[in-house]
Ligand binder design. Sequence first.
Ligand code: SAM
Ligand code: DTB
Ligand code: SF4
Length: 343
Amino acid sequence: MHATNPTKTMPQAQTPDATTWTLEKARALHDAPFNNLLFLAQTVHRQNFDPNKVQLSRLLSIKTGGCPEDCGYCSQSSHHETGLKASKLMEVRRVIAESNKARDAGATRYCMGVAWRNPKARDMDAVVAMVEGVKALGMETCMTLGMLDLEQAARLKQAGLDYYNHNIDTSQRYYSEIISTRSFGDRIDTLELVRQSGIKVCCGGIVGMGEKPVDRIDMLVTLANLPEHPESVPINMLIPIAGTPLAEAKPIEPIEPIEFARVIALARIMMPKSHIRLSAGRTAMTDEMQALCFFAGANSIFVGDTLLTADNPGEDKDSLLFRRLGIEPMASRRNERGTACPL
Ligand code: SAM
Ligand code: DTB
Ligand code: SF4
């Protein structure tokens, strides 16, 4: 369907979170002429955010590799021969020292990731100490630890955890093609429990895993129809990792930049107040593709030259891109005075 007036394709509702999105409505937007889609996305973006501010998050892998899950994209799964060396959970003081460096480099949110199916009881004290330590530095905290139970979520909330990252990754239909050791429903259960505990939700997915456009749209429909929109929505572009099924099995075409920008625009329109994060895969994107994504409504990135195990553009490259685009780092809501940011 080709909409002439893009705003007419927006379902009307009192609050954005109360909008129920159907696949048809979302698909109509996705398929609209590119200029209409981008115009609407930029309009929605400006109604909710400063269009020239981008939030900076920094990632740290606090426990790398040896993961029992079989996610087809992941370097850290013990099911794949990726050559990655597994490590134990990092010491608390090292995590705090690393987060201090990230804060000095301008990051306002510190995201700590582990290669677990779920946290074990014996790990919780260390994880809680990490949240408390990073929080004490004045940064927002985010963790991604796999599935949680209610007690673990409550402890993390009490420690001051701001965000929990738990991605649905793709559509419900395509999920079992990518992961067999857990279900789409398991993901939704943990998301529900995180929300119940009062922790903010960071949830998105990966595009470019051989899914159809309808899967990408359906993934966004699931996110936008959650009882509350995730506050952060990371959109990752698959980083093909040698030794993983998605890099080895059959050749998967990388996602085409215009289609990627459509996904970002759709996410912006469907979740107007969420931070849409241009996440993994930026090293394979041109500056022009990233600029298009910022125009389409992306307003968060991971900074630093490493994600969890894969490369990310370094500070110099991002700093230059921000200067060329007139983009400035967003101060965190907890730290409005901002930080000494070189970007
Ligand atoms: N183990 C935890 C989990 O899966 O929830 C947290 C870490 S996991 C690496 C976090 C997310 O990173 C995944 O859900 C996926 O969306 C993204 N990711 C992992 N490997 C990726 C890759 N090769 N390319 C793009 N995104 C990737
Ligand atoms: C998310 O959606 N992307 C980040 C974060 N959440 C944890 C992880 C990206 C990982 C990219 C592959 C790697 O570094 O191994
Ligand atoms: Fe494990 Fe997370 Fe990687 Fe899946 S994505 S294999 S759960 S670390």
